[in-house]
Write a protein that binds this ligand. Structure first.
Ligand code: CA2
Length: 153
């Protein structure tokens, strides 16, 4: 039996490379580099390191998720628009059987109707929606609780 790796995979989907550059009224002014730094800092507080991937190509994200199967203890993911469209991404997340935290910067339930449905929702153990970029930090802490079996009393 191998030990659980103390590493998290951070996945950001299509267009999230534009964070802080376009549409600040929806997504704020912090950049993808700020997101990665926040996730690394929060994870380090819990003794975890982070592997970060952002891609505009679904297959790149899926390859990273497959690699996480043996190399990471859990996945923090903002799938971007793929949230609402991608069975393929959902299948990849299901297949690796790691705990998943789904993050959305904006409140997807208060926007267009098509953003209310998520292919990831029912397979994720943690959901953080509409908390801005800070939501990634919240997601890391909650995911670590799931990984380590922490229970609030
Ligand atoms: O609120 C979120 O985090 C979303 O996952 C962001 C996706 C959107 O399709 C989801 O419905 C909700 C869009 C990501 C695009 O990000 C941009 C960031 C800055 C400028 C333009 C796009």
């Amino acid at each position: 039996m191998t030990d659980t790796p103390r590493r998290l995979l951070l996945v950001n989907g299509p267009n999230l490379n534009l964070l802080g550059v376009r549409q600040p009224e929806i997504y704020g002014t912090e950049t993808l580099a700020d997101v990665v730094a926040l996730v690394e800092l929060t994870a380090a507080e819990h003794g975890f390191e982070v592997r970060a991937v952002q891609s505009n190509h679904e297959g790149v994200l899926i390859d990273a998720i497959h690699e996480a199967r043996t190399e990471c203890a859990g996945i923090v993911i903002n799938p971007g628009g793929l949230t609402h469209t991608s069975v393929v991404l959902r299948d990849a997340l299901s297949s690796v059987a790691l705990p998943v935290a789904e993050v959305h910067i904006s409140d997807v339930n208060a926007r267009e109707e098509f953003r209310r449905f998520s292919y990831v929702r029912d397979i994720a153990a943690v959901h953080v929606i509409g908390e801005g970029v800070a939501g990634y930090g919240i997601a890391v802490s909650k995911l670590v609780d799931v990984i380590t079996g922490h229970v609030d009393d």
